[in-house]
Design a protein around this ligand. Sequence first.
Ligand code: NAG
Ligand code: NAG
Ligand code: NAG
Ligand code: NAG
Ligand code: NAG
Ligand code: NAG
Ligand code: NAG
Ligand code: NAG
Ligand code: NAG
Ligand code: NAG
Length: 448
Amino acid sequence: MELQINLMHAMLLWVIAAAAKAASQTIKPDCEATCGDVSIPYPFGTREGCYLNDDFLIACNHSLSPPKPLLWNSSFNLQVLNISIEDHRLRIYTFVGRDCYDKMGKQYDQPTLAYANLPRFPFSDKGNRFTAIGCDTIAVFNGLNGADDFTTGCLSLCNSIRSVTNGSCSGIGCCQTSNIPKGLFSYYASVGSFYNHTKVWSFNPCSYAFLAEEESFNFSSADLKDLQNRTVFPTLLDWAVGNKTCEEAKKNLTSYACKDNSYCYNSDNGPGYRCNCSSGFQGNPYLPNGCQDIDECADPKRNECTKVCINTPGSYTCSCPKGYHGNGRRDENGDGCTPHDDQLLIVKIAVGIFIGLIALLITSSWLYWGLKKRKFIKLKEKFFQQNGGLMLQQQLHGREGSSESVKIFTAEELEKATNKYDEDTIIGRGGYGTVYKGILADGRFNVN
Ligand SMILES: *[C@@H]1O[C@H](CO)[C@@H](O)[C@H](O)[C@H]1NC(C)=O
Ligand SMILES: *[C@@H]1O[C@H](CO)[C@@H](O)[C@H](O)[C@H]1NC(C)=O
Ligand SMILES: *[C@@H]1O[C@H](CO)[C@@H](O)[C@H](O)[C@H]1NC(C)=O
Ligand SMILES: *[C@@H]1O[C@H](CO)[C@@H](O)[C@H](O)[C@H]1NC(C)=O
Ligand SMILES: *[C@@H]1O[C@H](CO)[C@@H](O)[C@H](O)[C@H]1NC(C)=O
Ligand SMILES: *[C@@H]1O[C@H](CO)[C@@H](O)[C@H](O)[C@H]1NC(C)=O
Ligand SMILES: *[C@@H]1O[C@H](CO)[C@@H](O)[C@H](O)[C@H]1NC(C)=O
Ligand SMILES: *[C@@H]1O[C@H](CO)[C@@H](O)[C@H](O)[C@H]1NC(C)=O
Ligand SMILES: *[C@@H]1O[C@H](CO)[C@@H](O)[C@H](O)[C@H]1NC(C)=O
Ligand SMILES: CC(=O)N[C@H]1CO[C@H](CO)[C@@H](O)[C@@H]1O
């Protein structure tokens, strides 16, 4: 019975794994997964039938090497760098505005404007900064935000290249504004100067301005010369689906973009909604079966089980092996796995036997040594008797008050008195044995 269940469980796992492998792709079948080195996950796509709607068209120009992905179509000229379906961000290149002068303070080339006009997807309100570079520079940023247009700007001045600090855009050689507002789809930025760069021309002939991802640019004094020939910078966009809220979109399930095991949330920057895989799932929430179960049991960091972990769709359960009880969890509500009482009894008995054995060992060895000592004493008594010690004692006792003049010494007393039978204490050797001279512990002098 148990074997059968285990076998079924194993087969189920195998089926799930196979399904996960088949659907682990983030694109529709028969659609391009990449353009150049940029991956194009659904809802974006390069061909009719591969994208969700026209908002998600990526025009891939294959005649270039490497192929170049452009957002919407080539008339917008917005090169795509990254598409993320996890944080719903899109990274594109935007152009640098510049205004350059010759030594005499005459503008050369036409000044270029930094601008972008997006019909869909606003600029990310977090992570983008408007930056201007120059030592005779005033920059103005105009955001076209429907009714409430947004204007900001900054001023950057300096007298010598020594006064600028690498990495600092605080108005000396470089200036930066704080984050831009939400819902900004278009902007243009212009740069101007006070003295046509005549006072700083030797090290700074141009002014520059651009909107860029904050991390993509570190100011250095070398930028004052030619901005190291950069003409574009990465900029972040926040993308979303359509212009409806989740509630409105859910009314038409044929057009609703969030598929199995996903949930919907409204965009916090501009109109539209977004999809995320439900907790316990990962993958592409815009594809049917795109959100795949996470096997929490395979990763010890993802589960709280102490002994047995069983993966379930979107979650997992903990249990305890046979002979144990508890919920098998190690979080604050968990009590782990403890052995059953009968199991506990076995453990107790085992410990009892162990302690008993040790006690037995101690007592038996104690008895053994005790017996040995007694035997020794008996032997001593026997020798005492054999050598007429008893008779001597009786005779001595018979004589009144004579215990003072004659005394039977123990072997230890004799040994001490003769200084361990030292040669120097020998008085003479006779037929009954050697005669030693000894001094008793109480000072009395004796001869034996
Ligand atoms: C691809 O890029 C080349 C060079 O910029 C251009 O001439 C061509 O028109 C582009 N093709 C498409 C389909 O946009
Ligand atoms: C690009 O898209 C816009 C609006 O979606 C359209 O007006 C224009 O004709 C398209 N251009 C090309 C070259 O497809
Ligand atoms: C959606 O998922 C992303 C990345 O996994 C996460 O950063 C974001 O907080 C999620 N959004 C919501 C509303 O749960
Ligand atoms: C600065 O340049 C502009 C355009 O080239 C010119 O009209 C203006 O006279 C110049 N001003 C100075 C102070 O050189
Ligand atoms: C800018 O500098 C920081 C540290 O100062 C560094 O972590 C980052 O990678 C640099 N960015 C670029 C684009 O060089
Ligand atoms: C600033 O950086 C440039 C090049 O990145 C370097 O040549 C210059 O010495 C640096 N200046 C300081 C003050 O570190
Ligand atoms: C910028 O371009 C000019 C001319 O094309 C070149 O001389 C210079 O070395 C380039 N600068 C950098 C930093 O690449
Ligand atoms: C929402 O988008 C649809 C098509 O994309 C368009 O026809 C409609 O006018 C838009 N509605 C609003 C309120 O912007
Ligand atoms: C639901 O969406 C589909 C596809 O966009 C469309 O063809 C259909 O007319 C819509 N139904 C309703 C009731 O709006
Ligand atoms: C998250 C991600 O895909 N980042 C990539 C964005 O594009 C740049 C350059 O094309 C890559 O270096 C990043 O790894």
